[in-house]
Design a protein around this ligand. Sequence first.
Ligand code: G4P
Length: 529
Amino acid sequence: MSQMNPKWAEEIAKRRTFAIISHPDAGKTTMTEKLLYFGGAIREAGVVKGRKNSKHATSDWMEIEKKRGISVTSSAMDFEYEGHHINILDTPGHQDFSEDTYRTLTAADAAVMIIDVAKGVEAQTIKLFKVCRMRGIPIFTFVNKLDRHGKDPFELLEEIERVLGIRSYPMNWPIGMGSHFCGVYDRHKSRVELYEQGSEHSEIKFVEVTGAEDPLIGDRAGADLWQQLQDEVSLLDVAGDDFNEELIATGQLTPVFFGSAINNFGVQTFLDNFLEMAPAPTAKKSSIGEIDPYTRPFSGFVFKIQANMNPAHRDRVAFLRICSGRFERGMAVKHVRLNKEVKLAQPLQFMAQDRAIVDESFAGDVIGLFDPGIFQIGDTLCLGESFEYEEMPHFSPEFFSKVTVKDAMKHKQFQKGIMQLTEEGTVQLFRTFPMDDLILGVVGVLQFEVLEYRLKAEYGVDIMLQRLPYQIARWVDGDKATIDQMRSRSQIVRDRYDRPVMLFESEYQLRMAVDKYPKLTFHESSLGL
Ligand code: G4P
């Protein structure tokens, strides 16, 4: 292993690559926008908007694409801030929600979880959180909309712990809420960040205090809120978890911040603290052991493939997370699965609405590669010694349909289309054991429509989709004899790597199976199988 050019190493150490996870409407778009604003990447609000336009049920896929607009092209956004190079990976919510959203998390080194103070931990957050948890990446929590009345903060922390199973450490604590919201008390720095109704908070206003019992807080917030703050902070100090960097780094403890993204309140404090604690790119597992980002030459893996990003050119773009070394435009690299050299001539970087050609990128960055059909999700590209990054996991779909071709004469095109489109990764393909029937699984129903539309438009094939009652898939592992015995059941299918997968109609059925087959384990994703 060689020592890297110190300038390149410095570039890598500056990188912070993260994804924002939340339930729709919690404030992810607003937060992203504010962060980009701090980085000087955008000058006005409203640029990242438009996601909500995707609330529709049309089956015209081009229309869907048009409406998705920005959320599609901004799969990764980057900006410089205070000596850091920040990459925010977009995790589409709403109807766009698909397995891509999960997989994007495999390209992130940390996650920011946004929770609406009134709604608490919601369904989509739970799903995304679980994926972060599996990967053991640090998770930072921002409790949003404190300008509105919401749940009691202790209740929220309890909910985070009970529902998500992660302990929490509030970095700051709200003084009042809704119309009585006065600001947050910083537990570490002993200061109060002041909230002023109607202010844009373009500049942070701090009041240095000696502690929660400082009368300065009483002057500002009134006796009742001051007393409440003192009681709550002392309760946190006595009964709450201790600050522990190691537990934060491994995703077992989440630092919690309170604020109001729309009012720009608490966002910069959050960002500054986040950057102090969030990791620079770290070593990643591969077929030849861990790959160090600093000492290895260029390498990366494809985590997402996006078709037809530009309807005028029907192109596909493969998104590559660079995991080690430096990338340069025009570089010839090894495509490991195909055992072939490919030249990366026109790599793209994405910023808000624009795509730009990049000349140079480093470990931690995400680039888009024009894909003439040679890339699959999980492909490794590298320089020097050949190796492959870990297989990209599949996650449990929630909707299932049996798919058949309407015109049997088109069977060949149908097979080809299904194979190619499922390789893009938003739809999973399963086969039944005795009959070899094809079953599709998705995490967002819109994907069925998209697939149906594209098979017709791109392959000239009409299909029939028959919805199945299943809601859960589990990769089954363990005693082979037991698995073989189970094969005759219709609920057992195999994935594209012939691994057995069991489908369930409810959590109840799943629990019954877990009890009935103690020699088997039921995995929520194919991660590590
Ligand atoms: P999302 O990407 O997670 O789906 O959420 P988004 O940022 O679009 O925010 C959802 C709604 O919540 C938006 O209102 C947004 O303005 C509002 N919001 C975000 N942060 C805060 C906050 O700190 N306080 C309050 N009170 N509201 C907040 P909307 O009416 O649905 O959309 P818009 O008309 O404002 O665009």
